[in-house]
Design a protein around this ligand. Sequence first.
Ligand SMILES: NC(=O)c1ccc[n+]([C@@H]2O[C@H](COP(=O)([O-])OP(=O)(O)OC[C@H]3O[C@@H](n4cnc5c(N)ncnc54)[C@H](O)[C@@H]3O)[C@@H](O)[C@H]2O)c1
Length: 260
Amino acid sequence: MGMLAGKIAVVTGAGSGLGRAVAQKFAAEGAAGLVLIDRDKAGLADTRETIAAPKSCDIHARALDVTDSAALADAARKAEAAFGGADIVVCAAGIIGPFGKIVDCPEEDWLKVFAVNVHGTFLTVKHFLPLLRKRGGGSIVNFSSTAGLVGDPLLGPYSASKGAVTLMTRSLARNHAAENIRVNCVCPGSIETPMLQSVFDDLQDDPAAKAQREREFIAFHPMGRFGKPAEVADAVLYLASPASSFVTGISLPVDGGSVA
Ligand SMILES: NC(=O)c1ccc[n+]([C@@H]2O[C@H](COP(=O)([O-])OP(=O)(O)OC[C@H]3O[C@@H](n4cnc5c(N)ncnc54)[C@H](O)[C@@H]3O)[C@@H](O)[C@H]2O)c1
């Protein structure tokens, strides 16, 4: 028996980093069914390989883009047919977008980061929230960021999109509290995943600048280190599980104190 014994969970962005860590944690905590979503089919297969799920955990992988409403609707129909509903939805799919000042951001890059981070979260909730109703309620956990709580001089478009996720989460919490559907988000600081690595690899032609950026990012965290994916997955587990049964509408920093 674990904290999620018998629960059915949907996780987007499950093909890498934090979504993968959440899927692993949920399986270890006794989830009875997992619907794993990502546009990266190979990443999903790798995640599945790494899950030491007991035979009682039924894992369905769906390779799709979260900006594709029809594909998400189809995945929700299949999940309902397989499980009759769901208890947990985790929206972790996201992209970091362009570096630099907002005013210099090409329009198509601005639209792309909002398409995935904001519209993709909206569509996932839109299509999967009805499955929570089928089970009498549940928990939605969105992925914002510390950059969704304070402005980010390097990642302005990303920060704006995550700010939208933070307030989408709070409005959803108010919309659905009476239906016993809780909606919260996590706001990770810098966590060791391929996405964080891309922030440094952006400077790989200039090793001194790359090392300097790494030092600056670490210095932003009073605990003096980057976070581990499992540390974020633990926070998501808390918000997804009955341990947080009277908690809705919060934006939980998991950031070594960076917005303290
Ligand atoms: N790693 C960090 O430091 C950090 C900090 C704060 C917030 N976050 C957020 O956490 C979430 C997970 O990030 P991560 O670090 O694991 O990144 P990651 O790049 O390792 O994983 C993101 C996953 O999302 C998938 N994805 C991206 N766009 C998609 C789309 N349109 N449709 C379907 N799948 C898509 C990717 O294929 C990938 O598997 C993101 O929302 C990110 O913004 C990460």
